[in-house]
Design a protein around this ligand. Structure first.
Ligand code: PRP
Ligand code: URA
Length: 207
């Protein structure tokens, strides 16, 4: 398993603003989308490309075109915040949805919705901003594997906890993780420290 943590001044800046308690939902959405661009670019660094010939106004030349389209799978609700970043950069992305909700007491994910398309020939990006215990991320990847055959699966998150990284490494060792930050630990009720609180609530303006 590979864990890549973004190391770019813009990523650090955006993440610091997301973490701040006072950031309102409108700003939170905008920051998420911009940080999402950086995450998606990193997660697609090794997409398959094909060599083609094109005509510039000057002469014929060789060029590259992407030969591995994407399927984005946001995990509801919080993963919706990262979806626009994928479709902004890769407009021919197709989209599947997984609804998972963590039980506040047991911290186990409960799945309440799944609508996944065929994924043949596409790279699957599972989008979930918070990788805490890893229960939701692991369940989301398992759903994708059970349903479809993408060329590969990558997991994209904004904040990862060591516990969640270890869980994905154990359950899905072949799935690379791209994260905005690797934080210190989980607290006693499964929240990431220092973290940024409840991502879904902050994104959607709910409490
Ligand atoms: C959050 C988050 C992840 C999950 C992470 O979702 O978006 O899906 O918790 O925790 P885990 O790694 O311990 O499973 P939540 O269940 O709060 O639902 P929401 O997105 O609808 O708010
Ligand atoms: N889900 C969140 O939204 N935040 C956390 O810190 C952990 C799980």
């Amino acid at each position: 398993m590979t864990l890549t943590v973004l190391d770019h001044p813009l990523a650090h800046d955006l993440l610091s603003r997301l973490r701040e308690r006072g950031t309102d939902p409108a700003e939170f959405r905008s920051l998420t989308r911009r940080l999402g661009w950086l995450l998606v670019i990193e997660a697609t660094r090794d997409l398959l490309a094909e060599r083609i010939s094109i005509e510039t106004p000057m002469e014929e030349t060789k060029a590259e075109r992407i030969a591995e389209p994407l399927v984005a799978i946001p995990v509801l609700r919080a993963g919706l915040g990262l979806l626009d970043a994928v479709t902004d950069l890769y407009p021919d992305t197709i989209v599947g949805y997984l609804g998972l909700e963590r039980d506040e007491r047991t911290l186990e994910p409960r799945d309440y919705y799944a609508k996944l398309p065929r994924m043949d020939g596409r790279r699957a990006l599972v989008l979930d901003p918070m990788l805490a215990t890893g229960g939701s991320g692991s369940a989301a990847i398992a759903h994708v594997k059970a349903h479809a055959k993408p060329t590969s699966i990558s997991f994209v998150c904004i904040v990862a906890a060591p516990e969640g990284v270890a869980r994905l490494e154990a359950d899905h060792p072949e799935v690379p993780i791209v994260a905005g930050a690797l934080d210190r630990e989980l607290n006693g009720v499964g929240f990431i420290l220092p973290g940024l609180g409840d991502f879904g609530d902050r994104l959607h303006g709910t409490v």
